[in-house]
Structures are given as C-alpha cells and as structure tokens.
Design a protein around this ligand. Structure first.
Ligand code: UDP
Length: 477
C-alpha cells in the first residue's frame, strides 16, 4: 500500500550553463513564485512504480529540482496485486487504441480497480494535509481522485498516455476512468490532441514532457568512457573490460559492475556501427517489427548491427507483458537466417541499480550511429529526447508525442507509417550512408531539446496549472 519514495534534492543552478540567459531568468522568477505559492504545503505525486518507464524518469528530476528550489515535493507509489496490474495494463493499452490482453473492462474489473485503490487511499490520505497539492500520474492511481478531492487544495490528474485518433478502445476506457478523473481540478495531457472528449475545456492543460540532462542517463561521457561502460556491461566484448566509474544522481561515484544479458551469436565489436532501440519490452514499442525491418531491409553491406535493449524483465513491477514481448523478440530473431541473425543483438540491462542501468543506456545511446524508436503508439517517448540531447540522429514513428519532438529532416527523421518495415529499413540505410546529413540532424536534435524539452520548462508549466487551480478554487471554482 502507498509508500513514500525518497527524492534527493537537485540544484537547478547548473541550468545556467545550458540555458539562454532569458530562459534561466524566467526559471528563477518561477522558482521564487513557487516557493511563495506553495509555502507550508506538500506537492504529492502518486504513481504505480518507482522503477522503470518514462513516468519514473520524469518524476525523479522534477521532484528533485522542485525540492531544490524549496518546494516540499513528494513521491508516493501505490501497490496492487497482479490482477490489478493486468487491468491497468489493459487500460494503458486501450488508451493507446490497442486491445491489449483482450480482457474486459467490466464491473468486476471496476471492483478490483476500486478496491485496490481504496486500500491505497486509506494509507495515503493519512499523510495528506489540508492545503496540499496532489498530482496523480496515469490511470493506475486515477481512481483515488474522488477520495482526495475534498482533502486537497489542488488535485491534478496527469495522463502520460494518449492517442491522436481515438476509437472504440480508447473511448470505452475513457468511460471507465471518467467517473474518477472528473474529480480532478485539471487533467493534464502531453499533447493537445490527447485531451478526451467530454472533459471541460477549462479543466484541461497540456504539458509536454521533458528530460533531465544532469543524470547518469544523460550526462556527458567521453568516447573512452562510453566504450568502457559498454565493455564493463559486456555489450561490447572485444578487449579486456576495465573498471569504470560514473557520477550517481546523488553525486557519489558509482561503478558499472553488472552485466547485460545478451542474446547474440557473437559479441559486438567497438568499431561496428550500431543502430539502437532502447525501450521497455512492450508490444507497442514493436521490437519484433524493429528486428524484422532491420533484418529484411538494411543490407549487410552497410556493416551495421542492430541492438534492441530493454530492462531485465523481472524488474518492472507494473508491466505484466514484459516477459512475453521479450520472448516474441527472441523468437523473431531466432527464426532469421544465420547471416542476418548475427547482426542482431538483444540485450536486457541490469536494473538492480538504476544509476548503473542509466549509465549503460547513456553509453549505448551515445555509441549508436542511429537511434530508432519504431513505436506503434507513444505518449511522449523519452528515449527520443534522450538520444536527441546526445546529438544522435533519431529515426522514429510519427506517432503521438514523437511528433512533438522531431521536426522531420531538421531534428530527426519521422516515419509516417510505423508498420512500413521497408520504409523503416530504407530510412536507416540512407542515413547510414549519409554521415553529413546524420550529423546535421544530430546537431539540430540537440538544439531542439535545449530549447524545448529540459526539466525546467515542465516545472514552470506545473506551476502555471497549480496557480490556475488556486485561482479557480478561491473564486468558488
Ligand atoms: N529505460 C531505462 N532502462 C532500460 C530501458 C528503458 O532506463 O533498460 C528508460 C528510457 O531511457 C526512458 C524510459 O525508460 O527514459 C522509457 O520512457 P519512454 O517515454 O520512452 O517510454 P515508456 O516506457 O514510458 O512507455
């Protein structure tokens, strides 16, 4: 039942070095206002996992920087049994207009959902004081909204998933969730087009996600360190692995000690150009399509290999589909002719130490000649922004939040049809052949993230939403 996660404070002074003078000043003014507006209140964030996935990636820095400027930002994680997570995964898939496991969202599902959240609410509500702000993230804790509304000064439902063209699955799921989320003062979506029909316009806001660039995931790494990290985790195995240290989120030194699990015919060599997709093992990230598209449409003459990497599957508690999706990827690879199969490496990355996992992802993204994200649906797609910040040319599906991030041809390459494996393979092959274009796109990508997708912007956006709610409530709204 709801437990609190410790969030280390982060110092936002470091943004001075990456932001323009005007942007940094704007942030400082926002920080001052936040301190005053939120004095004596906690800002609770509630989600369903402390490890794995984009919401965790978003929350940790936002709460850390908020704490750094003097806001009492907190993080609570709800708990549920496998049945609850089957239902919430079904909801997640359907909000993306996919059927998922095919199970119903009926009265029984509602009962399990509500009972689980009633237990969590009972534990959580004891910690919330009048005057606090609560932000519920995603569908998993949304059912706590009715119980929280009377005991909060502002209640936000933050939906990180969505679909541009909703169909029956999404609409059925909106109906399932609407009785809960209508109790929120404001529902926040990642994209204007994700906002649901039937929600009051003045109770909707859009906040585009952002990344933290001062973390093991995104810190600058020298080429030498990149290779050391890849060798230590055995992703590259062409020499002796030497010890490698990195800077943890709390500033202390960490060491890469654990190995990735690799499904490959022979080890990757440092000089081999690689195309990389990093994702949870989720069918909507389409690892099987990535493997087939690469195998069938990226010729061996390119010399490129594919690395599909994701977390070790026992680690992500709220995602029951992980092991099956990984099995599907392993099977798709194993059915390939040997000559093609040897160019494809599947990697599950150790998750015991999230900072270690992050630095491995960082090194892999930096080492990639091209990063791909061939998702069939995507709320935002943090992996895209992460790779863009590293100056990598990204080839990604023009779906959901990815379209917000990439300006086609300038800061990445968008694929109109995520199921067009030939188009996917051609885009990779062309970009591998044109290093100058790849570099230009990579530079454009970094600038776009600097301008639009750094954590400080999200903090100002949340502040604006909270300010709006306080004004509405004090005016009787
Ligand atoms: N990620 C990670 N380790 C892994 C695989 C993924 O840290 O082994 C991170 C990835 O770098 C990104 C997040 O998980 O920060 C995934 O977020 P995204 O928005 O791309 O997709 P989501 O998982 O939320 O659908």
């Amino acid at each position: 039942m709801a437990r609190e996660i410790d969030v280390p404070t982060r110092d936002s002074e470091r943004f001075r070095a990456v932001l323009s003078h005007e942007r940094f000043e704007e942030f400082q003014r926002g920080a001052l206002e936040a301190r005053e507006l939120l004095a004596g209140r906690a800002v609770w964030n509630v989600n369903s996992t402390a490890r794995g996935g984009g919401v965790v990636e978003l929350l940790r820095p936002l709460l850390g920087y908020a704490r750094g400027v003097g806001v009492d930002a907190r993080w609570a994680v709800i708990d549920g049994n496998p049945e609850f997570y089957d239902i919430t995964k079904r909801i997640h898939n359907r909000l993306h207009e996919f059927e998922g496991d095919g199970g119903p969202l009926d009265e029984r599902a509602r009962r399990i959902y509500e009972e689980t959240l009633a237990e969590n609410l009972a534990a959580f509500a004891q910690r919330v004081r009048p005057g606090d702000v609560v932000i519920l993230h995603d569908p998993q804790p949304a059912g706590m909204a009715p119980g929280l509304r009377p005991v909060t000064a502002a209640l936000i439902w933050r939906c990180h998933v969505g679909v541009d063209e909703p169909g029956d699955f999404a609409r059925e799921t909106w109906s399932f969730l609407r009785p809960y989320v209508r109790h929120a003062d404001v529902c926040v979506f990642s994209r204007d087009t994700f906002a649901w029909d039937g929600l009051d316009r003045d109770r909707i806001a859009t906040i585009r996600p952002t990344i933290d660039v001062f973390t093991p995931k995104n810190d600058e790494l020298s080429t030498e360190t990149v290779l050391r990290v890849l060798r230590a985790s055995t992703l590259v195995a062409d020499g002796t692995a030497e010890p490698v240290t990195f800077c943890r989120q709390d500033g202390t030194p960490g060491r890469v000690e654990r190995r990735a699990q690799l499904i490959e015919d022979e080890p990757l060599r440092a000089e081999t150009p690689i195309v990389v997709q990093v994702s949870r093992w989720d069918a909507l990230k389409d690892p099987v399509g990535v493997i087939r598209g690469f195998a069938e449409h990226v010729p061996a003459e390119t010399g490129a290999h594919l690395v599909c990497a994701g977390p070790s599957v026992d680690a992500v508690a709220d995602d029951p589909e992980g092991p099956r999706t990984l099995e599907d990827a392993v099977a798709a690879r194993s059915h390939l002719p040997a000559a093609v199969r040897r160019r494809i490496h599947l990697a599950t990355l150790p998750m015991d130490d999230i900072d270690e996992n992050a630095v491995i992802v960082n090194a892999l993204q930096r080492h990639a000649r091209i990063v791909v994200q061939k998702s069939l649906a995507e709320g935002f797609g943090l992996t895209v922004a992460e790779a863009m910040w590293k100056g990598r040319p990204v080839i990604a599906s023009a779906v959901g939040g990815i379209e917000e991030q990439i300006v086609h041809g300038e800061s990445g390459v968008l694929l109109d049809d995520p199921r067009d494996l030939g188009g996917f393979g051609r885009a990779i092959t062309e970009l591998l052949a044109d290093r100058e274009r790849a570099e230009r796109i990579g530079n454009g990508a970094r600038e776009r993230v600097r301008d639009q997708f750094l954590s400080v912007r999200s903090l100002l956006d949340y502040l604006a939403v909270i300010r709006r709610i306080f004004a509405a409530r004090s005016g009787g709204g």
